[in-house]
Design a protein around this ligand. Sequence first.
Ligand SMILES: NC(=O)C1=CN([C@@H]2O[C@H](COP(=O)(O)OP(=O)(O)OC[C@H]3O[C@@H](n4cnc5c(N)ncnc54)[C@H](OP(=O)(O)O)[C@@H]3O)[C@@H](O)[C@H]2O)C=CC1
Ligand SMILES: CC(=O)N[C@@H](CCC(=O)OP(=O)(O)O)C(=O)O
Length: 357
Amino acid sequence: MSENAEKKIRIGILGASGYTGGDLVRLLVRHPFAEIAFMTADRHAGKSMDTVFPHLFGQELPPLISVDEIEWGLVDVDVVFCCLPHGTTQEIVRQILTENETIRVIDLSADFRLDDTDVYAEWYGHEHYATDIQPMAVYGLPEYYRERVAKSRLVANPGCYPTAALLGLLPLVEQGLIDTTDVIIDAKSGVTGAGRGLKENLLFGEVAEGIHPYSVASHRHAPEIEQEIAKHAHGAETHVNFTPHLMPMNRGELCTCYVRMTGGATVADLRRTFEARFAGEPFVSIVPEGVTPATRHVRGSNYCLVGLYQDRIPNRAIVVAVIDNLVKGSSGEAIQNMNLMFGLSELTGLEQAPLFP
Ligand SMILES: NC(=O)C1=CN([C@@H]2O[C@H](COP(=O)(O)OP(=O)(O)OC[C@H]3O[C@@H](n4cnc5c(N)ncnc54)[C@H](OP(=O)(O)O)[C@@H]3O)[C@@H](O)[C@H]2O)C=CC1
Ligand SMILES: CC(=O)N[C@@H](CCC(=O)OP(=O)(O)O)C(=O)O
């Protein structure tokens, strides 16, 4: 452990009253080197955290304040987690990074994930409000960018679907084992993926006992996944077909990826590649042959499980990756990034086993 680990990391959380903010607090109160200095909310500003999230009873936590109360030049924190809706984060992050020379930011929203701000504008329906800051951002998928994350002042935490899909695909892409123009990602998420704000299509009566696809052929995680695949595809053309589905469950995310193997590769080659690539990874595991990963196998944990199968169609394979959207898909991955940025073991505060069944 480095010398940085000897003192507590002082933390601010923007958007602590949302689902990712709530899970971040749940995990940070057990993190041995974390100290939460302030937390913000919008509608819930002025309340105590155990009013908004009763499961956090008995914790010594600061009250929820409005982000407008914070003077960024004066505030004494080492890192700020931004758990705000996308589109609301860019200007706040610019303010933090320009008014304060030392604070580092981990943004859980999508605001800094796309390197090309024109692509951002195209998919998010408004201009990028901090194009000058964008080049500072490092895409926070620790398994691929840990050295850059460690040095960064601005980490763009990946989307939940991209985390699962990329961990299931990138080892194969970087070894040239699959055709990057022929990738189908059939994705499924629990409803917490959509945030805690009240939305008509998330009412119990409209989600329970059924499933439906949404944002068909138009979900904004498609360009995020393509951006990252392209970075590892050695110049090969890259297209993914990505269709998300809303599942009648609280947490969890499952990506079933259909791929075409190239150059005579077999599923045994794919398995060896995964095993070698993820051998030292604390949070990614390949399930044994014959086992299928399920969202229940990672619930509440920072783990990603990957399963690999030969399709009955020759040269085609199926890769299944599961995560908990609120942990490895957002708050846990954000803490993994914080650990890297402050010289701690990536596992610190994240070793809890999945809750099963
Ligand atoms: N949920 C998930 O699985 C994942 C979410 N993300 C991303 O993380 C971010 C947070 O998501 P999530 O926690 O689910 O969202 P929620 O809707 O649950 O929470 C949003 C938070 O932001 C606050 N807020 C809302 N609008 C404003 C505003 N205009 N100014 C200041 N504060 C505001 C809310 O306060 P209040 O409650 O008081 O209204 C709340 O604390 C989003 O960008 C999301 O896309 C990323 C990966 C996974
Ligand atoms: C079930 C559900 O609605 N999930 C969200 C994804 C959550 C997420 O990662 O979104 P960001 O990229 O905005 O951070 C969605 O599809 O919009």
